[in-house]
Ligand binder design. Structure first.
Ligand code: ME8
Length: 556
């Protein structure tokens, strides 16, 4: 039977600076959903990438004294390195400067122009460069600044191409009202409905005041000015490029419409109003769901360069490993709500949940199996009340997990898995295998207990694998299950019945999964990490000052 396709995307991030823990959070969420869907038997296509055009990038490159292409190449290599280190399983990485994408953007412009929904006019308005957003006078905040980031805007007046969004206002409003699942969570949906009801103006989709963008596929103006396409019009269409919009109809029909655009709450508007209008103008179906996740703050404060509290995920991975960071982000933050990142809370979770609960369960199980049965997991016979209750908890956990993961309840599902980890630890205390081992007449009971513990761990390895792929794989390897079934091929159905470990199977040696972080070590490490972070921030500031000085020299 053909697998059901599932197409999931993250925002394509701006390579104007290195990515921080907030970006890593969004991509980790998407990765976990993609991995779960693969486990549940879907044919997944998971896309992330970089949004490389626009005035801001051009300015940054000028400040750094390099070409925009050289500037983005370097930063985007850093994105890709981060995703590799974080264990992100994207199927493609789209860069908007790639030729395959520029072709798509220009073709879309041509099609909508030919239809009459793009026209040339005079643009007068306010532009916020950091947000790459146009605003009308009445949308500005009380200080006449950008209503999103509250920084000053620039007045611009020029000939430009416009997209007739106004043509689609009624249709998009009706669609949002009739399709409750389209915008999630609910609060974001209400915001969008109110926004559209205030009236949709046509969108200016070209600029002539800078050159770093996809050229408008039209002759230049009479005065020779060449237009480039507005960066959001360019960026949104990225979602069509890698799935064969222009070059692979079969693939395109399979994956479009997207099942899920996962984005931060601040860009829901672009994805649920502008993007659907573009798609309607192209006569394409709309994405099934846009989910606006919440923001990560650090120690209760918004991250910002000026405060010097921007958390670099690569430094954290160096220190604690990718899976610990992934666990923390997915467990601590409820999807859709803002969440707090703190080093202390991270260490607390590593020590209690990972080193203690999970690490001990694995270690105790494998060392007892080795000590009492030379690692051999003999066939269980008969079952006690306690065995029955463990098995029924396992079945209940897997069922809850499948249903809740399908609804993107990532944190509740992870908590449920940890409740089962605790349950299995309690089972050790209840059955006291060390006592059974002393009594020859209870050998079969002992074999049952050790088998049940190993089987619980087999199921846990699979359940945690979307969240902590490396840890799942390590547990599988320590149970020596690779020869039974390669971990990469495991499906959720493999743990929907009890007893996947063959009778007589020999488990491997126990190895530590997560070392405990002692307070003393951490005080020293925290000092070192803060020093590294401060040095990185200082170096970045110095480089910026130096570049600015060079730029000023050049201008004089
Ligand atoms: O907006 N907490 O790119 P961007 C959680 N290029 N998530 C955060 C975050 C935080 N503190 N900060 C950023 C753009 N994010 C456009 C997107 S898509 C066609 C174009 C995440 O580099 C969050 O997902 O500013 C947010 O939407 C995204 O990064 C913005 O990344």
């Amino acid at each position: 039977m053909a697998k059901t396709p599932f197409y999931i995307t993250t925002p394509i991030y701006y390579p104007s600076a290195k990515l921080h823990i907030g970006h890593a959070y969004c991509t980790t969420l998407a990765d976990t959903i993609a991995r779960f869907k693969r486990l549940a038997g879907y044919d997944v296509f998971f896309l992330t990438g970089s949004d490389e055009h626009g005035q801001k990038i051009q300015q940054k490159a000028e400040e750094a004294g390099v070409t925009p292409q050289a500037y983005v190449d370097k930063i985007v290599a850093g994105f890709q390195e981060l995703w590799r280190r974080l264990g992100i399983s994207n199927d493609d990485f789209i860069r908007t400067t790639e030729e395959r994408h520029q072709k798509v953007v220009q073709e879309i412009f041509r099609r909508i122009y030919a239809k009459g929904d793009i026209y040339k006019g005079e643009y007068k308005g306010q532009y916020c460069t950091p947000c790459e957003s146009y605003w009308t006078e009445h949308q500005l905040d009380e200080n006449g600044c950008c209503p999103d980031c509250h920084r000053p805007v620039q007045e611009v007046s020029e000939q430009a191409y416009f997209f007739k969004m106004s043509n689609y206002a009624d249709r998009i409003l009706a669609y949002i009202e009739e399709t409750p699942d389209f915008i999630q969570p609910e609060s974001r949906r209400n915001e969008m409905i109110n926004f559209i009801k205030q009236g949709l103006e046509d969108l200016c989709i070209s600029r002539t005041s800078f050159t770093w963008g996809v050229p408008v596929p039209m002759p230049p103006d009479e005065d020779g000015r060449q237009h480039v396409i507005y960066v959001w019009f360019d960026a949104l269409t990225n979602y069509l490029t890698p799935i064969g919009f222009l070059d692979n109809q079969e693939m395109f029909n399979k994956y479009w419409p997207a099942d899920l655009h996962l984005v931060g709450k601040e860009i829901v508007r672009f994805h649920t109003i502008i993007w659907p209008c573009i798609l309607m103008a192209l006569d394409l179906p709309l994405p099934k769901k846009v989910y606006g996740h919440g923001w990560l703050i650090v120690d209760g404060d918004k991250m910002s360069k000026s405060k010097g509290n921007v958390v670099d995920p690569l430094l954290l991975i160096d220190e604690f490993g990718a899976d610990a960071i992934r666990y923390f982000l997915l467990r601590e933050i409820n999807l859709g709500q803002d969440g707090n990142f703190s080093r202390d809370a991270l260490i607390e979770r590593i020590n209690s949940d990972l080193a203690n609960d999970l690490g001990n369960l694995l270690h105790r199980t494998l060392s007892m199996a080795k000590k009492f049965q030379e690692g051999i997991l003999a066939a269980p016979q008969g079952e006690s009340e306690i065995d029955r209750s463990l098995k029924s908890d396992a079945a209940e956990t897997v069922k809850f997990y499948r249903e809740n993961m399908e609804r993107m309840e990532l944190s509740p599902s992870l908590k449920k898995v940890w409740a089962f980890v605790s349950r299995a630890n309690k089972y050790i205390d209840e059955t006291a295998p060390w006592a059974l081992a002393k009594d020859d007449s209870r050998k079969q009971e002992l074999a049952n207990v050790l088998y049940n513990l190993a089987e619980s761990l087999r199921q846990i390895a699979v359940l945690i694998s979307p969240y902590m792929p490396d840890t799942g794989r390590k547990i599988w390897a320590q149970l020596a299950l690779e020869e039974v079934k390669p971990f990469a091929e495991v499906q959720l159905t493999d743990i929907e019945s009890w007893g996947g470990i063959p009778a007589g199977h020999k488990a491997g040696e126990a190895q530590q999964l997560f070392p405990r972080i002692e307070a003393e070590d951490d005080a020293a490490a925290a000092k070192k990490a803060a020093k590294e972070q401060a040095a990185a921030n200082k170096a970045a500031k110095k480089a910026k000052r130096e570049a600015q000085r060079k730029l000023n020299e050049k201008k004089q």
